[in-house]
Design a protein around this ligand. Sequence first.
Ligand code: KIV
Ligand code: NA
Length: 264
Amino acid sequence: MKAITTATLKKWKQEGKKFASLTAYDASFASTFEAAGVPVMLVGDSLGMVLQGNSDTLPVTVEQIAYHTRCVRAGAQKALVIADMPFMSYATREQAFASAATLMQAGAQMVKLEGGDWLLDTVKGLTERGIPVCAHLGLTPQSVHQFGGFKVQGRDNQAAQQMLEQAQRMEQAGASLLVLECIPSQLARHITEHLNIPVIGIGAGPDTDAQILVMHDVLGITSGYIPKFSKNYINDHGTIQAAASAFVQEVADGTFPGPEHGFE
Ligand code: KIV
Ligand code: NA
């Protein structure tokens, strides 16, 4: 695999080449995923749930994400590594600059933040300072208490229209990528068609430019249940590398996600 950059992802969008992404939190999984051809890895604050056992992502700190980013970077030299900015680590622009600096110096090539218009100045400021940004709209888990639970977002027309406009403003502000989480498939398709930057979906149907899943769901080791939008690849593929390869292949050829993984 050649080193993946923001330019690579933009080119793939233009070519209509769909790509896969997984979360990763350590060097061993990162190198296995890289060997399987996973071009983008996210050091997600989902680690607060899948590694730490919390019921949401709020307890995660910048230092923890930085630690796991160093681990992932040590295992994966070619993949593009995105680091999540944790809850309240970007409440102000100055905080965002300091948090992003820590994560970039830990080996990330992009930072991801959750939210809409209140973040536009921050996104602009980060990109002006040389830090690529991935925006994240829809079900943004750091706002779970504001939402009143992990619920599909953008279901009514007004919310859908607002999300499209926010996505466009994020692109204008300089975002390089956009994650859409748990929104109706039709809305995700609409947003993807209206943006020049690549859109990565999770629970957002088949028509985004890319797909991301939490590695524990793909490997069937999430305690309790697998979310509707996810898929266990370990049962049919036996090894971790084969499971990751199958996911990469199924995203590339459009087999994943199927209609059963989406929301109407
Ligand atoms: O933290 C995470 O794993 C994420 C992805 C699910 C997009 O933000
Ligand atoms: Na996250």
